[in-house]
Write a protein that binds this ligand. Structure first.
Ligand code: MSP
Length: 526
């Protein structure tokens, strides 16, 4: 039987400036889910990329004295370098300036125009001449331009519109029939109550105020406005509308589209409607995550509070950085990044809980059994049985949380298992067992249970922290691939005699809280 497919996407990022941990968060989330699904036997496909058109990009390039194309080429290199550093294993990286994308966007526009979904009208709004941008009533700040604070003028221009109203009822019906289409539910309710229920406005999908974008073929003074151009990346990357659409046939509809809460409106309303107009199936799930905030609000260069992933990775390693990002966010909620929180998580969770469990285990196996542990299934004590039952339950909880995108909860459950396993050492007191020859079987059984739990923990951590997972396996001396697979954590005893490493290596070195908090704060100001 062919394995089931799993197609996951991130938004395509605006390459306007250096990517910070907010952008990295979405990508790490998608990548972690993909890695998990792959371990569960799915044929996965992971798409990310860049949204390279639009006025803002044109302006940034101008400011830097280069062409927009040169600018986006540089930024694409930067993004790919960052994802490589972060061990993000995407299958495709789409750029909206690529011909494979622009050609299909042109076709889509023509098709929608022919079938009457797009019409020509007039766009009216508040125009800021120096910024060359339109704003709506609600976007203005005290009646002035929200970007530069100058006077705005009411202006009109010819533009193309998409007839959203035509599809609104069908979308409402779709929401009702597919209650889990948008998650968390609170976001779906927001979209429903604030946009769908009051009645959808038609969407202006072209501009004449800039020219860095896909032009309307039959009317080239109009540039297709970024959202129609951007959203379609999820299908053009799979070859939709091209000669070779095998991937499209195989992977569409997407199983999971991850977006930040700020762009859920585009993905939860316009995107499904565009797909309906193209007569294509809708994605199975759109998940909106929260924002990484700073103690003093949003991250911004002017506030000097931007955190870049490179800095954290260079100083604390990739796994610690990813762990923090995945642990700190509750489902769909915002999370606050603080240097104190980062260092605490590093010291408590990674060094104390996980690092010590491995270290103590390896140390005891070397000290009491010359580095060797034998399988032990008989003579289980009540304490052993209790640990096994607890472990089984935790595995189930981790799977449920992973399947429902509650990644932070999954990590919490893994850490509950780590804590329980540490407690098991205190309950069984191997240092006392080691004193009596007649307890040698019991001692081996205790050490065996520790190895088994560490192996299971390493497997469940694998989608989050691959190096750490690998290092745990190496230190335990577990080599067989079969013993590293997800399914093996649910089977009974699987290990044969193992020889652990002679001298354990610390997974993470404890940090000096004050020094490191200071370090991160200084880096943020740079
Ligand atoms: N180009 C559009 C997306 C088009 S998708 C068809 C865009 N780009 S963006 O670069 O501005 O944002 C990309 C993603 O990064 C969004 O999901 C956004 O929510 C996310 N984040 C940007 N800052 C963030 C934080 N501080 N925290 C978490 N995510 C954040 O929108």
């Amino acid at each position: 039987m062919e394995p089931k497919t799993f197609y996951v996407t991130t938004p395509i990022y605006y390459p306007s400036g250096k990517f910070h941990i907010g952008t990295a968060y979405t990508t790490v989330l998608a990548d972690t889910i993909r890695k998990y699904k792959k371990m569960r036997g799915y044929d996965t496909y992971f798409l990310t990329g860049l949204d390279e058109h639009g006025q803002k990009i044109q302006e940034v390039a101008q400011k830097n004295g280069i062409t927009p194309q040169e600018h986006v080429d540089n930024m694409a290199d930067q993004a790919k370098k960052l994802w490589k550093l972060m061990d993000i294993s995407y299958d495709d990286f789409i750029r909206t300036t690529e011909e494979r994308h622009t050609k299909v966007v042109e076709q889509i526009f023509d098709k929608l125009m022919e079938q009457g979904d797009i019409y020509k009208g007039e766009y009216e709004g508040w125009y800021c001449v120096p910024c060359e941008t339109y704003f709506t009533d609600t976007q203005l700040v005290e009646g002035k331009c929200p970007d530069c604070g100058r006077e705005v003028k009411k202006m009109k221009e010819e533009a193309y519109f998409f007839n959203m109203k035509k599809y609104a009822d069908r979308l409402i019906e779709f929401y009702e029939e597919n209650p889990n289409f948008i998650e968390p539910e609170s976001r779906k309710n927001e979209l429903f109550n604030n946009f769908l229920k009051p009645g959808l406005e038609d969407l202006c999908i072209t501009r004449t105020t800039f020219d860095w974008g896909v032009k309307v073929k039959k009317d080239p003074k109009h540039v297709i406005y970024v959202w129609l151009d951007a959203l379609t990346n999820y299908i053009t990357a799979l070859g939709y509308g091209s000669e070779d659409d095998t991937k499209f046939k195989k992977y569409w509809p997407a199983d999971l589209q991850i977006v930040g809460k700020d762009i859920i409106r585009f993905h939860g309303i316009y995107w499904p409607i565009f797909l309906m107009a193209l007569d294509l199936p809708l994605p199975k799930k759109i998940y909106a995550h929260g924002f990484i905030m700073m103690k003093d609000g949003k991250m911004s260069k002017s506030k000097g509070n931007v955190v870049y992933p490179e800095m954290l990775i260079e100083r604390y390693g990739l796994d610690a950085t990813k762990y923090f990002l995945m642990r700190e966010f509750s489902y769909g909620q915002d999370a606050v990044f603080s240097p104190e929180g980062f260092v605490e998580r590093f010291n408590f969770d990674l060094c104390n809980d996980l690092g010590n469990l491995l270290n103590r285990t390896i140390g005891m196996i070397n000290k009491y059994q010359a580095g060797i542990v034998k399988p032990s299934m008989e003579n289980k004590s009540e304490i052993d049985k209790n640990l096994e039952e607890f472990t089984e339950k935790q595995i189930q909880k981790v799977e449920e949380n992973m399947d429902s995108i509650h990644l932070s909860n999954a990590l919490t459950e893994i850490w509950n298992l780590i804590a329980r396993t540490n407690k098991y050492i205190d309950e069984t007191a191997p240092w006392i067992l080691a004193k009596n020859e007649e307890d040698s079987e019991t001692l081996n059984s205790v050490l065996y249970h520790l190895v088994e739990n560490l192996r299971k923990i390493a497997i469940m951590l694998n989608p989050f922290m691959q190096d750490t997972s690998k290092s745990i396996m190496e230190q335990l001396g577990i080599e067989k691939e079969e013993l590293k697979k997800w399914d093996s954590i649910k089977e009974g005893s699987t290990i044969e005699e193992i020889h652990v490493i002679e001298k354990g290596e610390p997974l993470f070195m404890r940090l000096d809280q004050t020094e490191e908090v200071e370090y991160i704060k200084n880096e943020m100001k740079k």
